[in-house]
Design a binder for this molecule. Structure first.
Ligand code: ASP
Length: 323
């Protein structure tokens, strides 16, 4: 007997979850659902293809298209939630972008798989089952965009890919929000940072400003910053050593980039930990922004969105302090 608990929209973008060979993802969203037939019995599921790419090929244009489809879809009272299937390499970036741009408290769940469908112990079907169940669950509302893999529920803000094993996704500083147990979410905490309905960023975005990430290492030279500053970028995220340190050899180029009108965010290649302001460098005096606890790839997204609103470093810092 069919029992429809509610409607869930599944937006497919590709990734290993949809990959039947080592080359490109070829499985459609419909084909992914065929692997979990009970979902069609429990939920009214609508499927749309947004892309069929590996996630290193996901671009800001895909983010904007996904956000606009989701923002339109959630206006339908009959829709309970949305699932985005995605490659795991850049899953955290798409999820964080949506966390800041989706204007709804309905659950939006981003999901992928560490193993392709033909691999022994493939995890895609179980993860998709968890994602659709979670997206239909009233308890998942108002928690921001969620990521579910390996039975763990993470906040899009905090989660990052850490290994190539089944337990690849971790929220290292904070831990998961909850877990899926026998197809039911159990939550333990909420993110305190602004997202979805409370985020400072409007959903009607055109083009996003260009922001580069520069990775620091022993002996790093200032020409990298100079090249980016001369190439039409509007911002730089510095993936510094330790707590976002700026070697002395780099400081004049960073200061010149800010004077040239670029936003400069100090973050850490350690990928976790809070960046202290005005500690080793006088960020206030130099007009630098500090990346809070965001890893460089997430700091880049927040900086891109911030630059659609302002280029005042004090205002941008307030976005980093609250999102
Ligand atoms: N190459 C894949 C991707 O990110 C990896 C995965 O999905 O796990 O699209």
């Amino acid at each position: 007997m069919e029992t429809h608990n509610g409607n869930v929209l599944v937006l497919a973008t590709g990734g290993s979850i949809a990959q039947t060979s080592p080359s490109d993802p070829t499985l459609t969203g419909e084909a992914l659902l065929e692997a979990v037939p009970e979902l069609r019995h429990k939920f009214g599921i609508l499927v749309e293809e947004v892309a069929q790419v590996s996630s290193p090929d996901i671009t800001p244009e895909h983010w904007i298209e996904l956000a606009s489809r989701i923002n339109k879809a959630v206006a339908d009272d009959k829709l309970q939630g949305v699932v985005v299937t995605h490659g795991t390499d850049t899953l955290e970036e798409t999820a964080f972008f949506l966390n800041l741009i989706v204007k709804s408290d309905k659950p939006v769940v981003v999901v992928g798989a560490m193993r392709r469908p033909y691999a022994l112990g493939a995890d895609g079907a179980a993860n998709l089952h968890d994602a659709v169940t979670l997206a239909s669950c009233p308890d998942a509302m108002g928690r921001g965009v969620l990521v579910v893999l390996n039975s763990e529920i993470h906040s899009a803000r905090d989660v990052t890919k850490t290994t190539f094993n089944l337990d690849a996704f971790k929220s290292r500083d904070f831990g998961p929000l909850g877990q899926m147990v026998n197809g039911r979410p159990i939550f333990y905490r909420r993110s305190e940072r602004k997202h979805t309905l409370c985020s400072a960023f409007p959903s009607d975005l055109g083009r996003l400003p260009r922001v580069a990430i520069i990775y620091s290492y022993a002996g790093v030279t200032p020409d990298l910053i100079e090249a980016v500053a001369a190439s039409g970028y509007e911002g730089i995220v510095w993936a510094g050593t330790g707590s976002g340190s700026l070697p002395k050899a780099i400081r004049p180029a960073a200061i010149a980039a800010v004077k040239h009108g670029l936003a400069f965010v100090r973050s850490s290649r350690v990928n976790c930990g809070y960046i202290k302001r005005n500690d080793e460098v006088d960020d206030d005096a130099l007009g630098f922004i500090t990346g809070d606890s965001l890893n460089p790839q997430k700091a880049r997204i927040l900086l891109m969105l911030s630059l659609t609103q302002t280029n005042d470093p004090v205002k941008i810092q307030s976005f980093f302090d609250s999102h």
